[in-house]
Ligand binder design. Structure first.
Ligand SMILES: CCCCC/C=C/C(=O)SCCNC(=O)CCNC(=O)[C@H](O)C(C)(C)COP(=O)(O)OP(=O)(O)OC[C@H]1O[C@@H](n2cnc3c(N)ncnc32)[C@H](O)[C@@H]1OP(=O)(O)O
Length: 392
C-alpha cells in the first residue's frame, strides 16, 4: 500500500521531489500514531512540499533516509540489486544511518529541512551575479533558532571525518556565529558518529611542492582552525551524539561545556597514527584530568567511554542515548535565555587569562605535527588505513 501511494505521489509531484515524496505520503498515513514531538516533524514535511527549488539528489536521499529512520528505525530491508540504482541509492542512504535512534533522526530531519529552507530562501534573495554558494555549506548544516546557532557536521557516510573543505566551513560558520544574534553556539554531528577526526584522505592530495609543502599547509590550516576555537567569544557547547576521534576530541578542551550521549566514546589514537597531540590538548587535557590520565589518552591512545570522560572532567554531563537530544536541548534552550552579554563577558574573563598560553601551545603542537606527518610511522599508518589494512 505504501509503495502504491508512493507511485501515485511520484506521478503528481514535480520530478525533483520524487525521491522524497514517499515519506510525505507515509507521514499522512501514520498521522494517528504521532506524538506531540512529531509536530515539528510534520511541519518540516510540509515545508519540504513547499520548496520551490530542487534541493538536489544528495539532499533528497538524506531526507528520505532520515524519514525512514525516524519512522521505522534502522534499515533491515534486503539490499536491492546493483542494477536497481534508485532503490539501491535509497537503501544505502538509509543503511548508513546505522543504529541512529528514531528521535535523533526526527530531529536531524527537522534541522535539515530548516537549513534547507533558509539556504534556499537566502539564495533566492541573492543579488544577480553574487556567488550563491558562498551562503551555503557543503559539509555542514547550520541553523539559528531560539538564541542558539547549531553547527552540525554533515558527512555521516564518512563518520563526519573532517576534510579540508569542512575545516574551512567550520571556521566560516564559527566566524558567522560569533557575529550573529544568537547567545550560544553548538557543535554536533549528523548520523551515528560525532566525528571520526581528521579525514585521512586529506593526506593524499599532494601539491606540486611535494609532501613537505603538504605538511606545511596542513600545519597552517590546523593552527588557524584551532585558533578559531581559542578565540571564539560566545559560550561554545559540544553535543557529542556518538563516538569522537582525534581532533574532534582534543578541541573539546576548548569548549565551555560538553554534553555526551552514553553511546559516545573519546579516542585520541595519536601514537597508533604516528602523530602527536593537537587542539591544545597537550595543555588542556593535563589541566582537566591531570598528567596520568591525560598521558593514557594522548600517548597510549586509551579510548574513554562517555562515563569515564565525564568522571575525568572532559565531559560536563552524560545522558542516555534514548533521551539525549530532548534533555540536552531543553538545557541549552534554558541557557540561551540567559543575558547574552553577561555570558560573553564571563567567558572572556575566564578565557583571557589563558589565551596567550593557548595560542603558544597551538603553535608548538602544529610545528611538531608538521614534522610527524613526514615520518614513516605516520605515512605507514595512513597508507594502512587507506588500503583497508587497519582501522582503529
Ligand atoms: C589538517 C589537520 C590535521 C589535524 C590532525 C588530526 C588528527 C586526527 O584527527 S587523528 C584521527 C584520524 N581518524 C582516524 O584515524 C579514524 C579512521 N577511521 C576508522 O578507523 C574507522 O573508519 C572508524 C573506527 C572511525 C569507523 O569504523 P566503521 O564503523 O567500521 O566505519 P567505516 O570504517 O566503514 O567508515 C565508513 C566510511 O567512512 C570513512 N571514514 C571514516 N573515518 C574516516 C577518516 N577519519 N578519514 C577518512 N575516511 C574515513 C571510511 O573510509 C568509510 O568510507 P567508505 O569505505 O568509502 O564507505
Amino acid at each position: 500500500m505504501a509503495i502504491a501511494a508512493w507511485r501515485l505521489a511520484q506521478r503528481s509531484c514535480p520530478s525533483y521531489l520524487q525521491v522524497i515524496s514517499f515519506p510525505v505520503v507515509q507521514l499522512h498515513m501514520n498521522r494517528a500514531a504521532m506524538t506531540a514531538s512529531q509536530k515539528d516533524f510534520e511541519n518540516a514535511m510540509n515545508q519540504v512540499k513547499l520548496l520551490k527549488k530542487d534541493p538536489g539528489n544528495e539532499v533528497k536521499l538524506k531526507l528520505y533516509a532520515l524519514y525512514k529512520q525516524a519512522t521505522e528505525g534502522p534499515c533491515n530491508m534486503p539490499k536491492p540489486g546493483v542494477f536497481d540504482l534508485i532503490n539501491k541509492a535509497k537503501w544505502d542512504a538509509w543503511n548508513t544511518l546505522g543504529s541512529l535512534p528514531k528521535e535523533t533522526a526526527r530531529q536531524n530531519y527537522v534541522d535539515l529541512v530548516s537549513s534547507l529552507s533558509s539556504s534556499l530562501e537566502s539564495s533566492s534573495q541573492v543579488e544577480p551575479g553574487t556567488d550563491r554558494k558562498s551562503t551555503g555549506y557543503e559539509t555542514l548544516m547550520v541553523t539559528s533558532e531560539d538564541g542558539i546557532t547549531k553547527i552540525t557536521l554533515n558527512r555521516p557516510a564518512k563518520k563526519n571525518a573532517i576534510n579540508v573543505e569542512m575545516y574551512h566551513e567550520i571556521m566560516r560558520a564559527l566566524k558567522a556565529a560569533s557575529k550573529d544574534d544568537s547567545s550560544i553556539t553548538v557543535l554536533t554531528g549528523n548520523g551515528d558518529y560525532y566525528s571520526s577526526g581528521n579525514d585521512l584522505t586529506n593526506f593524499t592530495d599532494i601539491p606540486p611542492g611535494g609532501v613537505e609543502e603538504k605538511a606545511k599547509n596542513s600545519a597552517i590550516l590546523l593552527r588557524e582552525f584551532v585558533g578559531c576555537f581559542i578565540d571564539f567569544p560566545k559560550p561554545l557547547i559540544a553535543v557529542v551524539n556518538g563516538p569522537a576521534v582525534g581532533i574532534s576530541v582534543t578541541i573539546l578542551g576548548l569548549f565551555d561545556a560538553v554534553y555526551a550521549s552514553d553511546r559516545a566514546t573519546f579516542h585520541t589514537p595519536f601514537s597508533h597514527l604516528g602523530q602527536s597531540p593537537e587542539g591544545c590538548s597537550s595543555y588542556t587535557f593535563l589541566k582537566i584530568m591531570g598528567p596520568a590520565k591525560a598521558t593514557e589518552m594522548l600517548v597510549f591512545g586509551k579510548k574513554l567511554t562517555a562515563g569515564e570522560a565525564c568522571a575525568q572532567g572532559l565531559v560536563t554531563a552524560v545522558f542516555p542515548d534514548s533521551t539525549f537530544q530532548k534533555e540536552v536541548w531543553t538545557r541549552l534552550k534554558a541557557f540561551a535565555k540567559l543575558p547574552p552579554n553577561a555570558m560573553r563577558i564571563s567567558k572572556e574573563v575566564i578565557r583571557n587569562r589563558e589565551k596567550e598560553k593557548l595560542h603558544a601551545v597551538n603553535a608548538e603542537e602544529c610545528s611538531v605535527l608538521q614534522e610527524r606527518w613526514l615520518s614513516d610511522e605516520c605515512m605507514n599508518a595512513v597508507v594502512n588505513f587507506l588500503s583497508r589494512k587497519s582501522k582503529l
